[in-house]
Every structure is written in C-alpha cells, then in structure tokens.
Design a binder for this molecule. Structure first.
Ligand code: SAH
Length: 243
C-alpha cells in the first residue's frame, strides 16, 4: 500500500497532464482550421469561389498532425507553416495540405495515389475521405516511420511502398485522384496513364528550389487532359531513381 499510493498518484498526475495536453492540442487544431478557412477567402489562395468542403475541413480538424512530426509539439504542428521531418524533407503547411486535398475532389468510394509519403500526414487526411490510399516514398527511413505512424493510428486503408513514384503503382490503381507532394518540371506520363477518366492529378509543376505552379490535371478522355495552374507554391524536389 505504501508503495502503491505514490504510484497511483503519479499515474493520476500523468493522466491529468496528458488530458491537458490533448485539450491544448485540440484547441490549437481548431484554430488551425479557422486559419485555413479564413485564408481560403483570399483570391490568391487557389481554392476558388466555393471555398473548402466541410468534409476536407473536418478531416483537417480531426487529424492529429502533432503525431506525424518528430517533435510531437502541438504549437509547432498546428501553426500554418511547413515542418521539417528530417532527411532534408518537410511536411507542407496545413493550408497547402487542405488545398491539395480539396483540388483532388476525393469521394468516399475513391482509390487515391499519393507520391511523397513523407510523414504520412497527407495520406492520413486522404484516408479519411477515400476508400483506399496507396502512397509511395523514396527515402526508406521516412517510409518506415510513416508506415508505423499510420499503423499505430489505425489508418488501415493506407498502403505505403518504398520506391520512385515517377512510375506510379499500377497494381493499386487505376486511380480516381493522384496527389504529388514533390516538385518536378514535368508531369510523369505513367501517372496520367494510371488516372481514371474523370480523375484528377494535383501536383507542383516547376523547377526545384524555386516557386512552382500548383497544377490540376483532369483526364477528360483516355487520351485527353485539361490542365490549369491554381496557385504558386514551394515544394521539395521530386527525386528520380537514376539521379
Ligand atoms: N506528403 C508528405 C510531405 C512530403 S515532402 C507529408 O504529408 O508529410 C515530399 C516527399 O516526397 C519527401 O518525403 C521525399 O522523400 C518524397 N519524394 C521525392 N521524390 C520522390 C519520388 N520520386 N518518389 C517518391 N517519393 C519521393
């Protein structure tokens, strides 16, 4: 009893601190969603007249971004800023994650491909809006950490593959939407091939280490696409396996 009481008290204190931290994170996450909503009203945001769908904002409001970053800090995670995830890579600022998700127009029965798993955060958002998400990461350590985080948080409809996303993932497709989270000067032709007619690809197109055009490609027929540039963005480079 003498030993048990301090143990029980410290467990209660720990539980109280954890609850206080959860509440703090939840309020910072709610503030993040309001920032995203407010920024969407500016013309430069690229969201368009209709603004964000509530489905996208709800997913952003539910997803524990702090569990996908190395520091696990809520004040870092929920600021509208990119965050370093090591290996020279970053997780995009929340607004850009929401924007790419919105532009991909993901529906509950969709199969979605993401190129550039990174932390797994964007995949977690997509997983809540789609039936199945396949995501490819080039850096082994990131693929492993992201797969672990997604597994622990029970995003069971996400598959992570290690490799060069340029060639896509034909066995997982065809895809209703493709989201590419690294910048390249060209749209990889295999990705257009693996996109369904009526599907959308969202990708930063342009040279590395400069601003790129966030681009939406819609496949309107088996051999036809329309392309529009939506906003200026700055992404990490898309690496090719022969580099
Ligand atoms: N979507 C991520 C952020 C991605 S940062 C998130 O939510 O955290 C871009 C990622 O693309 C990096 O992790 C980088 O390693 C990866 N990447 C770059 N080139 C790639 C390629 N050819 N195939 C797959 N992933 C690639």
């Amino acid at each position: 009893m003498k030993i048990l009481l301090p143990l029980v008290l410290s467990m209660v204190t720990f539980a109280r601190e954890a609850t206080a931290q959860d509440a703090q994170c939840a309020s910072e996450r709610a503030a993040m969603v309001e920032t995203i909503r407010a920024y969407a009203r500016s013309d430069a945001s690229g969201v368009g007249q209709q603004g964000f769908s509530e489905r996208v904002l709800e997913a952003m409001g539910r997803t524990k971004r702090h569990l996908f970053i190395p520091e696990r800090s809520c004040s870092i995670a929920y600021a509208d800023r990119p965050v370093s995830i090591g290996h020279g890579q970053t997780i995009s600022q929340p607004f850009i994650v929401a924007l790419m998700t919105q532009l991909a127009e993901v529906a509950p029965d969709h199969v979605v491909l993401e190129i550039g798993t990174g932390s797994g955060y964007q995949a977690a958002i997509l997983a809540q809006l789609a039936r199945k998400v396949c995501t490819i990461e080039f850096i082994p350590a990131l693929a492993e950490t992201a797969a672990k985080a997604l597994r622990e948080l029970a995003y069971d409809n996400v598959s992570v593959r290690l490799g060069d996303g340029f060639v896509g993932w034909p066995e997982c497709g065809p895809f209703d939407a493709i989201v590419v989270t690294a910048a390249l000067g060209q749209i990889p032709p295999p990705l257009i091939e693996q996109l369904k007619v009526g599907g959308r690809l969202v990708m930063p197109v342009g040279a590395a280490y400069t601003t790129q055009h966030l681009t939406v490609v819609e496949k309107t027929a088996p051999d036809k696409t329309t392309t529009r540039a939506v906003a200026l963005v700055r992404f990490v480079p898309f690496t090719r396996s022969q580099n």
